[in-house]
Design a protein around this ligand. Structure first.
Ligand SMILES: Cc1ncc(COP(=O)(O)O)c(C=O)c1O
Length: 394
């Protein structure tokens, strides 16, 4: 089978499947009626599956947002950043100190959000470099941290943190572990309960191939308890729309405090049905197959990858441009070859490109997209041998 038409290989928003688009075209329903509660229950159940939590029935009035493991999923009308801010704004008091190791733009954003609400020790590593676990351990030994927060899959640099090892350190030091899982949940293995993560955040438009503008949080019982205690003490920072207490009040009833993103919820629920059919394991394996192929192909051709070997992401690969090539290549790739990848951010703008391997991207599309990328590099005078691209994704 081959791929025809555009290749859309960006690390989110990703292409939405027809059933997702069609679900969003459903005529409007009221926000408080039984129809929407059915939608929310289905969405909650799909989210619990994507977060790799214990199952719930997608049926209203059955507490679909929670399950045996005690985690609750909370849907947020807003993108992933809003969901991350919701966790941080509600979970910490102004005097709390949190540890935030980072190696890219989105980790740095986590640190900046934390700075709005509490004290932050920011361990800033170069983009794409692995965290120094010894340094993290030394920090945690000081015994002064309330929590450690990471961007699990750093989309700006194509690196996935060793969450299991960090979770183990957090548990030993009795420190809450919170993850931005915006480009990991649904794309790489995430185990909130095993890692005893207090909160994990995901965005619909990434690995679950839902629409942009809706996100979700999974919180465990301890996180909820802390949020309630801090609220009772009147010790929280400023918030209104993102008040977790308001969301917790409505959850049992398959409702949200404010008018929900009704049609986005319908679309995301349909996209999560597709994930259930593929299974988490199936999707993780496909993302790995796509990213492994991309990494091997471009490395064999002499390209440099930004992220440290051993922790390279399976949902996004950051590839350095060869000498003399910049983002004009990306423009040509789009205009001439109908193929989109994304560029570098901040200081890496114009120095690299990133290939997304998340969502429902079929292998054939990746093969065809890579062929076009190589053709476009040749157009730019970069000498490349003829190579059997498909063999890298077999
Ligand atoms: C890892 C990560 N965190 C956070 C964000 C921000 O998410 P959003 O744009 O949905 O607010 C992104 C977006 O690309 C991301 O990749």
């Amino acid at each position: 089978m081959s791929h025809e038409g555009d290749c859309f290989l960006v690390p989110g928003p990703v292409r939405m499947a027809d059933n997702c688009l069609q679900a969003m075209a459903t005529p409007v329903m009221t926000a408080r009626g039984p129809e929407f509660r059915d939608v929310m229950a289905g969405l909650n159940s799909g989210l619990r599956y994507a977060f790799n939590l214990s199952p719930s029935e997608g049926v209203k009035k059955t507490q679909s947002w929670t399950g045996e493991d005690g985690y609750k999923v909370v849907v947020v009308s807003g993108s992933g950043t809003a969901a991350m801010e919701m966790v941080i704004a509600n979970r910490f008091r102004a005097n709390d100190l949190v540890l935030v190791p980072t190696n890219g733009k989105f980790g740095e954003r986590v640190a900046h959000i934390c700075e709005q609400f509490c004290n932050v020790k920011h361990l800033k590593y170069e983009w794409g470099r692995s965290f120094d676990h010894y340094e993290i351990e030394q920090q945690l030994e000081r015994g002064c941290y309330e929590a450690l927060l990471i961007c699990h899959n750093e989309t700006s640099a194509g690196i996935t943190q060793d969450a299991e090892a960090i979770a183990e350190m957090c548990e030993r030091h009795n420190v809450a572990f919170i993850l931005d899982g915006i480009t990991s949940v649904g794309g790489v293995p995430v185990h909130p309960a095993e890692w005893k993560a207090e909160a994990v955040v995901m965005g619909a438009q990434k690995c679950t191939a839902g629409p942009s503008g809706i996100a979700a949080v999974a919180i465990n019982a301890h996180c909820e308890e802390r949020i309630r205690a801090i609220h009772l003490q009147g010790d929280t920072g400023p918030k209104y729309y993102l008040d977790m207490m308001a969301a917790l009040k409505k959850g049992d009833d398959d409702q949200t405090p404010w008018t929900p993103a009704i049609n986005l919820a319908m679309g995301w629920s349909a996209a999560l049905d597709n994930l259930k059919v593929e299974t988490n394991e199936g999707r993780w394996a496909r993302c790995e197959r796509l990213a492994t192929g991309v990494r091997a192909l471009f490395t064999d051709l002499g390209f440099g990858l930004l992220a440290d070997n051993g922790q390279r992401s399976n949902t996004v690969t950051a590839i350095l441009y060869p000498e003399g090539i910049d983002d004009a290549w990306r423009t040509a790739l789009k205009d001439t070859y109908g193929t989109q990848v994304i560029g570098g951010q901040d200081h890496l703008k114009g120095k690299m490109f990133r290939i997304g391997s998340m969502g429902e991207t079929p292998v054939e599309e990746m093969v065809e997209g890579c062929r076009r990328m190589l053709a476009c590099f040749r157009d730019f005078g970069h000498d490349l041998p003829e190579i059997d691209v498909a063999s890298y994704f077999a």
